[in-house]
Design a binder for this molecule. Structure first.
Ligand SMILES: NC(=O)c1ccc[n+]([C@@H]2O[C@H](COP(=O)([O-])OP(=O)(O)OC[C@H]3O[C@@H](n4cnc5c(N)ncnc54)[C@H](OP(=O)(O)O)[C@@H]3O)[C@@H](O)[C@H]2O)c1
Length: 244
C-alpha cells in the first residue's frame, strides 16, 4: 500500500507507542486521525505535531467502552477526511488484577478496551474499506496473548481474543482488507511497574533488553507498505520473549 495521501486512524494515540505510530504514518504522507479518552491536551499536541509534517490531522474523543462513541468517531473522521484506509487498534488499558479479587468493573474495562473496542472500530471502518476495495487493519496485541501472566488474566484473555479476532477478521474481510496483529514484548513499561518487575521482564527476553516504540513502528510500516500479501498474521516484536 502506498501511504502517501491515505487516511489512517490510530486509536489511543495521544501518547507513547500510539503517538509514535501516528507520527510515523504522518511522516509517510498519511493524513492521520487519532482517538483519545482522557488525554485531550496530549492528543491536541500530537495532532499539531502531525500537521507540522504537512498532512491533515484530527483528534477525536472516543471511549472504546461505548459503541456509540466509536461509531460517532468513525463517522466524523470519514466525513472530514472522506474515508479511512488504515486502522491501527492501539488503545489499551493495562493494570494488575490478581485473579481472586478481579471485579466485574475491571473485567468489563479490560475486555472492553482490549477486545470489544478493536472489534467495534473494525466493524465501523470495514464497510467503507470493502466498498473502496482496499484497506488494512492492524491490531496491537501482546505476547501475553500466548503466555498469560497470572496477575493480569483479564488483560491476557482480552489480547488472546484480539489475536483470534485478527484471524477471524482476516477471513471475513478478505480479499479487500488485510488484517494483521503485532504482539509486542516489553517496550515501554508503565511507570507503575516496579524496578524488579522491569528487570524480570527484560531477563525473560532472549535479547536481554526492552524494545523501543520504533520497533513497533517498523512492524506497522512493514505490514502497511512492505507487503500486501500478508494477512491473518501475528508478528511478535518481543526480543525473543515467546521462545525464551
Ligand atoms: N508498552 C508496552 O511495553 C507494551 C507491551 C505489550 C503490548 N503493548 C500494547 O501496545 C499498545 C500500546 O501500548 P502503550 O503502552 O503505548 O499503551 P497505553 O499507554 O497503555 O494506552 C494507550 C492509550 O489507550 C487509551 N485508552 C485506555 N482505555 C481506553 C478506553 N476505554 N477508551 C479509549 N481509549 C482508551 C488511553 O488514552 P487516554 O490517555 O486518552 O485516556 C491511553 O493513552 C497497547 O495495545 C498495548 O497493550 C504495549
Amino acid at each position: 500500500m502506498k501511504l502517501k495521501g491515505k487516511v489512517a486512524l490510530v486509536t489511543g494515540a495521544a501518547k507513547r507507542i500510539g503517538r509514535e505510530i501516528a507520527l510515523a504514518l504522518a511522516g509517510r504522507g498519511c493524513h492521520v486521525a487519532i482517538t483519545y479518552r482522557s488525554s485531550r491536551k496530549e492528543a491536541e499536541a500530537t495532532a499539531a505535531a502531525i500537521r507540522r509534517k504537512g498532512v491533515r490531522a484530527m483528534a477525536v474523543e472516543a471511549d472504546l467502552l461505548d459503541s456509540d462513541q466509536v461509531r460517532q468517531a468513525v463517522r466524523s473522521i470519514e466525513s472530514r477526511f472522506g474515508r479511512i484506509d488504515v486502522l491501527v487498534n492501539n488503545a489499551s488499558s493495562f493494570y494488575p488484577t490478581p485473579w481472586a479479587t478481579v471485579t466485574d468493573a475491571q473485567w468489563e474495562d479490560l475486555i472492553g478496551t482490549n477486545l470489544s473496542g478493536p472489534w467495534r472500530f473494525a466493524q465501523a471502518v470495514a464497510p467503507g474499506m470493502k466498498r473502496r476495495g482496499t484497506g488494512k487493519i492492524i491490531n496491537i496485541a501482546d505476547v501475553a496473548a500466548f503466555s498469560p501472566w497470572p496477575t493480569y488474566l483479564p488483560y491476557c484473555a482480552a489480547k488472546g481474543g484480539l489475536v483470534t479476532l485478527t484471524w477471524g477478521l482476516a477471513k471475513v474481510l478478505a480479499p479487500e482488507i488485510q488484517v494483521n496483529a503485532i504482539a509486542p514484548g516489553p517496550i515501554l513499561m508503565p511507570k507503575e511497574i516496579k524496578a524488579a518487575e522491569r528487570k524480570r521482564a527484560i531477563e525473560k527476553t532472549l535479547l536481554k533488553r526492552a524494545g523501543d516504540p520504533k520497533d513497533i513502528v517498523a512492524a506497522v510500516l512493514f505490514l502497511l507498505e512492505g507487503s500486501d500479501f500478508v494477512t491473518g498474521v501475528v508478528l511478535p516484536v518481543d526480543g525473543g520473549r515467546l521462545l525464551a
